[in-house]
Write a protein that binds this ligand. Structure first.
Ligand code: GLV
Ligand code: MN
Ligand code: MN
Length: 408
């Protein structure tokens, strides 16, 4: 336990330095300098600790411990290296650290596994730099949309392909699709309050909520704040405020597990004495039930169109992410459950409200997820935290599950 705790602290320190800013938490976006430094650090750590280290065409990084009986059957574990803007150092990062530590522990204690074990540090999951999510995992299973990403630019106008080249990766489209992964296990912080509130140490994820993300643009008329009487305005912030408050009231009335968020709002020209003629905003809607997700989010779009029509404001709605709710593999859910039960763990089954790379793997590869508690349920925030004792319990749990899958 002490050994694992020390490894967690040591590894976390090495990776967190890339993207951490005092008071601002972690910002490590796809294909940036800090992203590349973190991926290279993992490559180096994997190599130095006796794993075969390599990266693929888009910058996913792997550490491989070859199986002695079934080398072509890969049991993979890991998570994503990118973060949101001003996030914490556990979302994604900890799942990679835990898998790396688990592989070292298993190698030292039990030698070569029967099946190959691989830790993966996935290139991107959050969609924080470019409006495209799961770039890392989608490339592994061969479902990345190359045409869609080609035209994307970040907030500074940098093109996706140029950012990728800048980090040393060509935009070749004949990328290797992995067919050898027999199971994927992701350890992640819960990012919610359920485990903490119920005093549980571990969660076995049964499904991941579906989510739809939109970029919406309202176009009214920019004009002088002093000379334009209230009745003559086409004020897009006013329209946004109506849309936001009405939609959130409806989401509250709908109740759990539906969630609705307007996380990004950009009024233009965003200055004190001009009626805002344009407003861009995002809408993120999630539910564990596909039909309810679709009908509720469609209704929100209809409502906002009506509000805009009444205010003579133009509206453009871009649904750029539409992910269905995804169940985890029932056999793996049972195996994780049985493993926890056998070790006397204090755990529960639960769904995930957050999106994860596991939802990309799950329809194609047997996939399971393990949650550990988040203090006060805070995540996507510099205050994101999990006690070291809970982090260590998470690594132990992952070790036990990977042992079942790779050594038995
Ligand atoms: C990813 O972290 C998401 O669920 O927004
Ligand atoms: Mn996240
Ligand atoms: Mn995550």
């Amino acid at each position: 336990m002490e050994l694992l705790k020390n490894k967690v602290e040591e590894t976390s320190k090495k990776i967190t330095q890339y993207g951490y800013q005092e008071g601002a938490g972690m910002t490590r976006l796809l294909y940036t300098e800090e992203w590349l430094a973190a991926q290279n650090t993992f490559l180096d750590l994997f190599e130095k600790n006796g794993l075969q280290a390599y990266s693929d065409d888009v910058g996913n990084v792997y550490g491989r411990l070859e199986g002695r009986e079934y080398p072509d059957q890969v049991i993979m574990s890991g998570s994503h290296i990118d973060t949101v803007v001003n996030g914490g150092n556990l979302d994604g990062q900890f799942g990679i650290e835990a898998a790396f530590i688990a592989l070292q522990y298993l190698k030292d204690k039990h030698g070569s596994p029967k099946r190959t074990l691989e830790v993966v540090s996935l290139a991107e999951e959050e969609g924080s730099r470019f409006p495209y999510v799961f770039w890392g995992s989608k490339n592994i299973v061969g479902i990345a949309d190359n045409e869609a990403v080609k035209g994307l630019t970040d907030n500074k106008g940098v093109n996706f392909v140029d950012a990728m080249r800048e980090c040393g990766f060509d935009f070749a489209t004949d990328r290797t699709v992995r067919k050898d992964i027999k199971a994927f296990i992701e350890l992640h912080i819960e990012q919610g309050k359920v485990l903490e509130t119920e005093g549980k140490q571990l969660g076995v994820v049964t499904s991941i909520a579906g989510q739809r993300r939109y970029n919406i643009t309202l176009k009214g008329e920019a004009n002088h704040a002093g000379t334009t009487p209230m009745g003559y305005r086409k004020d897009t912030v006013y329209a946004f405020s109506k849309i936001c408050s009405q939609s959130i009231d409806k989401a509250k009335a709908e109740g759990d597990p539906l969630v609705l968020t307007f996380g990004k709002v950009v009024p233009k020209p965003n200055t004190v004495n001009v009626v805002p003629g344009e407003t861009l905003f995002s809408m993120d809607c999630r539910h564990t039930d596909k039909d309810k997700l679709i009908s509720f989010s469609n209704q929100m779009v209809e409502d906002m169109k009506q509000i805009c029509a009444e205010m003579e404001i133009e509206i453009d709605v871009d649904l750029w992410m539409d992910e269905e709710p995804i169940p985890m593999d029932p056999t793996l859910v049972d195996l994780i459950d049985t493993t926890f039960e056998a070790k006397g763990a204090n755990y529960r089954r639960m769904h995930s409200g957050a999106g994860h790379d596991s939802q990309i793997f799950a329809p194609r590869i047997p996939t399971g997820m393990i949650f550990i508690p988040s203090v006060a349920g805070i995540s996507h925030n510099p205050a994101e935290h999990t006690d070291i004792s809970d982090l260590t319990v998470g690594v132990e749990a992952l070790i036990n599950v990977l042992y079942e899958l790779a050594y038995k």
